[in-house]
Design a protein around this ligand. Structure first.
Ligand SMILES: [Zn+2]
Length: 265
């Protein structure tokens, strides 16, 4: 029987933020490299059983990789490592992921399934975020850098846009996000993400012009996000703030009282 390149197992951790749940990825085939898992995500025994079983079919899990230190990705790591007899855990930063065994800087590679998996540092969603590119198959395991369901939460927007632009220089056929379905037209999606952010930035500048100096983030959110569920407004506020911080870094806006103002307006 032909084994697919990877298996995605949906973790039972659905929520407003993680949508249907986190996609736990298992890669590898029954050869000397064995298997590895990306983002165990949840410690539910049935989920760990499914990971271990799929790993055994692929030569046994030898490593655990983490896209970043958020709990809907690192859940189950300690339990899974113990069940597998102490296999090493790799992530970008000990500060974000205290349970790791080895830090994996940008450019780290692992052999798996006759291919090479490359760690690409993609800050933005979190400072420690890694995407993993299976180089021969051109499949990008994108974690929360690119989401299949909703717009993802970004802390450092300037870093995020730079990381997206950097992904444009890799050959990528398919994106497997941590949340939501696989994205087939990878480079079109990356270009759309960049475009979407720049469009949002234009909207913010427009609304600031209308509201005048001292406009608060809440006022801007109310204007820009009229069409979304108010439950998501805190997420939207976070996104607007990230844009304002980027524009501040670029010298386009400045803080004024409780709000923000266009510079030289
Ligand atoms: Zn996250």
């Amino acid at each position: 029987m032909q084994t697919s390149i990877y298996t995605a197992i949906l973790a039972p951790n659905a929520s407003l933020m993680s949508g249907p749940g986190t996609n736990t990825i298992i890669l590898g085939r029954a050869d000397e490299d064995g298997a590895l898992v990306i983002d165990p995500a949840d410690a539910a025994p049935a989920h760990l059983d499914a990971i271990v079983r799929e790993g055994e079919r692929r030569g046994g899990i030898r490593k655990i990789l983490l896209t970043h230190g958020h709990p809907d990705h690192t859940g189950g790591v300690i339990e899974l490592r113990e069940r597998l007899g102490g296999v090493p855990v790799y992530a970008f930063s000990q500060r974000a992921t205290p349970m790791l065994d080895h830090e994996a800087p940008d450019g780290t590679t692992w052999r798996v399934g006759g291919d090479t998996l490359l760690a690409i540092h993609t800050p933005g969603h979190s400072f420690d975020h890694l995407c993993f590119l299976l180089e021969g198959a051109h499949i990008l395991f994108a974690g929360d850098h690119i989401s299949g369901i909703t717009t993802n939460v970004i802390g450092d927007l300037l870093g995020y846009l730079n990381a997206l632009k950097r992904l444009q220089s890799f050959e990528i056929a398919e994106i497997v996000p941590a949340h939501g379905p696989t994205i087939a037209d990878a480079q079109a999606k990356i270009a759309e993400y960049i475009h979407h952010r720049l469009l949002r930035e234009q909207q913010i500048l427009f609304v600031m012009q209308q509201l005048g100096p001292g406009a608060t983030i809440a006022q801007m959110v109310a204007q820009i996000y009229q069409d979304i569920d108010p439950k998501l407004h805190p997420v939207a506020a976070h996104s607007v703030e990230a844009h304002l911080v980027k524009l501040e870094q670029e010298g386009i806006v400045e803080r004024q009282g409780e709000g923000w103002a266009l510079k030289n307006a």
